[in-house]
Design a protein around this ligand. Structure first.
Ligand SMILES: Nc1ncnc2c1ncn2[C@@H]1O[C@H](COP(=O)(O)OP(=O)(O)OP(=O)(O)O)[C@@H](O)[C@H]1O
Length: 803
């Protein structure tokens, strides 16, 4: 109790007790409760309590802010800078000194024409009188111009002093003799204005005088700075964040230590690289574009990729220096550390969705993390790489996408014992797998049928209104036309192209399909372990539109898959590590970019996991919904003329009525005449072929040449041998139907694959899929049939037997 009035017991003894009122209040430690009336009473204890709570809250807030990452970072930067302060001061002093030195050097160069003198000196050493004279004349004329400029400046100063001097004297005299009040008002205003200017000058002058040395120092520091862009060292104390941090300065430093002489010289002379695109975040990495200095090309940088990667603290695979639009432009993409290790994730169509092949098939993720919709229509693919790196899986993904387009017809030939495509069986119109000759034969038959189909489609397209140049979705949807997408995949295709009996023809047909089939919705997907020039025809690699290289061993394999010159330009699948980078490939032609580093989607079919079959089941359901059916095709046995190319006939054809043809000219004519056979032939090959035919080249005007009479004599002798008659005229039966040699006359011969099938049924039987009564595919096109395709390419593509 806190009583401030007198207690009852204080009354004197015997005094009458009188009533008193006590004023008191109870004080406890409890929080004061609000007054019931709603009027808040602030007691001192309550105030203390509130203050304590606010103080605690503020302390918590400050502690949290202090420990928050921006503050921690700012503190660490500040602490770091404090520690580095002596070093920074020394550094700035060094910059000031170096800046003055550079100014001095610049002034000296300017004053003495050092650059022009150096030019003149080197011209004299090189004995180039013209260049020396030009440099000397330039020095003379420039010196003249320079002195002329000085003269003009001096004259202007003199004129200004002459004009302004008397005016200033008159103004001063007037102001001294006359009171301002007695002046004309305008003159008084002039003086007032001048006074104002003068007061500004008296205030600003000292400030400028103080600031000028500071500005001078800053300018000297700027001039003497390290001439590498960016100021990363100010804000990135340690390179602890180099996992993802790449800036222009780091790139410049990395480039400066590549050991490329002109680049080293450039940096030594204080040069600063020009960044046409400053380093910026691009997907899972950093992209920059750099204009390289004189004497340096992007290829030179690409050739030192491992060093560049090491300088940037990355793996080679994460560092992509490639040629930009010009040789002197370097495109550099550097992946965030470890960003490429993760797979591409689930295939987007794994559980749901349908495909329109004209829009492409989800295939993988680019280095920038974007999904690639791989083009299939209008494209042909060559997929390659070392064993077990993901080729078949990639082919499978493309085919799975195609399977989800109900209009697509799929053929698969696997030239080896591999069950990779077994789950596709119910969705495939043709499927053969195995190592025996029968599979090679079936694949060749497939190619031959595709050529026929291409011919038919050419005809159909030509009959459509407006003669469309290629198959479109709209045309493909019209079932009666039979222009639906037709995708043929050949896994381990090198086995087919190297087949002793069928290889040559298969190569020839594949080349023609690749060159011409794209327009007609016919797509060829080839996969191989061995992309060398012996295993894959050069014309195939040259004309393929989408090249995909998983890890490959060398430059030859790299360029065989991606196109020649790619390795030199820095587009290298050789940097993909065997097994570690399984499923990652370098691809060209799949997007508009020069190349893509793709992490392909993987739909497993191994070790008891089968995600392929459910997709195929879905594909079949979609087909059923849309009323499409698959008819499994069982082609009859192939009757393909596997006869070797008739060199004598080809030689006769390229003589072109000439008396003699130089062997060199003959080689180029032969390559033109039948590129699949003769491109790449050397003089040794030609000599061997001539010798085989019993023809010896003769010397003519210092060059080796083939005589027309020799060739004609050999042809006549051969004809006599064939017919058993002198003069050797044909008995009316086409030589080819006897399995013999093609005609040597300049008339157009049919190609083997355009010849009649032995039975009309064979063609009918194996080409039923998606056929309609209105437009059945015709097989066994007559030898005399005119070229049915619109004349879109050179006729040589069709008739290499042409004379
Ligand atoms: N995109 C991918 N993501 C993850 N793993 C993959 C991927 N592609 C392939 N693999 C793995 O690599 C293994 C080999 O793949 P695949 O059979 O496609 O290789 P390949 O190059 O066709 O081999 P081969 O030349 O022997 O036929 C697969 O079983 C799978 O484990």
């Amino acid at each position: 109790m806190n009583a401030d009035e007198h207690p009852v017991n204080d009354a004197p003894a015997g005094a009458e007790l009188e009533r008193k009122i006590y004023d008191a209040e109870f004080v406890t430690d409890d929080t004061p409760r609000p007054a019931p009336s709603g009027i808040r009473r602030w007691t001192p204890a309550g105030r203390r309590h509130t203050r304590t709570r606010i103080a605690r809250w503020l302390a918590g807030l400050l502690r949290r802010a202090w420990q928050s990452s921006p503050f921690v970072r700012a503190r660490s930067v500040a602490a770091y800078r404090m520690r580095k302060l002596p070093m920074d001061v020394a550094r700035l002093a060094w910059f000031v000194a170096r800046g003055h030195w550079r100014w001095l050097v610049k002034f000296w160069n300017w004053a003495t024409y050092a650059d022009l003198r150096a030019d003149a000196r080197s011209a004299r050493l090189a004995g180039n009188t013209e260049a020396r004279r030009t440099a000397q004349e330039l020095i003379r004329s420039d010196a003249k111009a320079r002195w002329a400029k000085v003269g003009i400046a001096v004259r202007r100063i003199v004129v200004a002093v002459r004009v302004l001097g008397p005016v200033a004297i008159v103004l001063w005299a007037t102001d001294s003799w006359l009171d301002r009040a007695d002046m004309w008002p305008w003159l008084a205003d002039v003086y007032t204005g001048m006074d104002a200017v003068w007061s500004v000058l008296t205030v600003a002058g000292p400030i400028v005088l103080w600031l000028a040395p500071l500005a001078w120092l800053v300018a000297a520091v700027f001039e003497g700075r390290d001439k590498t862009p960016g100021a990363g060292w100010l804000v990135h104390p340690e390179r602890d964040d180099n996992d993802s941090w790449i800036d222009e300065r780091m790139i410049s430093v990395a480039l400066a230590h590549l050991g490329i002489t002109p680049l080293n010289r450039f940096f030594k002379d204080g040069g600063a690289l020009a960044y046409t695109v400053a380093a910026r975040k691009d997907g899972d990495g950093t992209y920059a574009q750099i204009r390289l200095p004189l004497g340096v090309t992007a290829d030179m940088v690409a050739a030192r990729r491992p060093t560049l990667a090491a300088n940037l603290g990355r793996a080679s695979l994460e560092t992509w220096p490639t040629k930009g639009e010009e040789d002197g432009l370097l495109d550099l993409w550097v992946a965030d550390k470890g960003a490429l290790n993760g797979g591409a994730g689930d295939w987007p169509l794994l559980t749901d969705g349908q495909v329109d092949l004209f829009d492409g098939v989800p295939f993988g993720l680019t280095q920038r993390g974007l999904v690639i919709n791989a083009p299939l229509i209008g494209a042909n693919w060559l997929v390659g790489g070392r064993p077990g790196q993901g080729k078949s899986a990639c082919l499978r993904t493309l085919l799975l996408g195609a399977a989800l387009d109900p209009t697509a017809e799929l053929w698969v030939f696997v030239m080896g014992e591999s069950p990779d495509f077994d789950p596709f069986t119910p969705r495939l119109a043709r499927y053969r797998m195995g190592m025996d000759d029968a599979v090679a034969e079936a694949a060749l038959q497939g190619l031959s049928d595709l050529l026929e189909e291409m011919e038919r489609r050419g005809k159909v397209l030509g009959q459509q209104p407006g003669r469309p140049p290629k198959v479109s979705r709209k045309l493909a949807d019209q079932r009666h036309l039979g222009l639906h997408p037709l995708v043929c995949a050949i896994d381990e295709c090198h086995e087919l192209f190297q087949h002793p009996k069928y290889g040559k023809q298969a190569a020839e047909m594949a080349i023609r399909l690749i060159k011409r089939g794209r327009k007609y919705g016919i797509v060829l997907l080839l996969a191989t372990q061995s992309p060398t020039k012996d295993s894959i025809p050069r014309e195939v690699t040259r004309n393929i539109s989408c090249g995909v290289a998983f890890s490959v061993a060398d430059q030859i394999a790299n360029d065989g898959l991606l196109g020649s010159g790619k390795y030199r330009a820095g587009i290298r699948a050789t940097d993909l590590r065997m097994n570690t980078d399984r499923g990652t490939c370098v691809a060209v032609g799949v997007t508009d970019a020069t190349f893509e580093l793709v992490r392909t989607f993987y739909v497993p079919f191994e070790d008891g996991t089968d995600d392929v079959s459910p997709v195929i089941a879905r594909a079949l359901a979609i087909m059923q919904e849309t009323g499409r059916q698959i008819q499994i095709q069982t082609p009859d046995r192939l009757e393909i003329d596997a006869a070797p190319v008739d060199h004598l006939a080809a030689i006769a054809a390229v003589m072109r009525d000439g008396r003699r043809v130089r062997t060199q000219v003959m080689l180029s004519r032969l390559a033109e005449h039948n590129p699949a056979e003769y491109e790449g032939w050397t003089f040794a090959d030609l000599t061997a072929a001539l010798t085989e035919q019993g023809i010896t080249p003769v010397k003519s005007h210092g060059n080796m040449a083939v005589r027309s009479e020799d060739v004609t004599a050999k042809l006549t002798a051969r004809a006599q041998d064939t017919t058993g008659e002198p003069g050797g005229e044909s008995d009316g039966e086409d030589t080819e139907t006897r399995g013999g040699n093609p005609r040597t006359s300049p008339s157009r011969n049919p190609r083997s694959d355009q010849r009649k099938h032995p039975s009309g049924e064979a063609g009918e039987a194996h080409s039923r899929l998606f056929d309609t009564p209105e437009n059945p595919r015709k097989h066994g096109v007559g030898t005399s049939a005119p070229d049915p395709l619109p004349a879109v390419d050179s006729p040589d593509d069709w008739g290499s037997d042409d004379g």
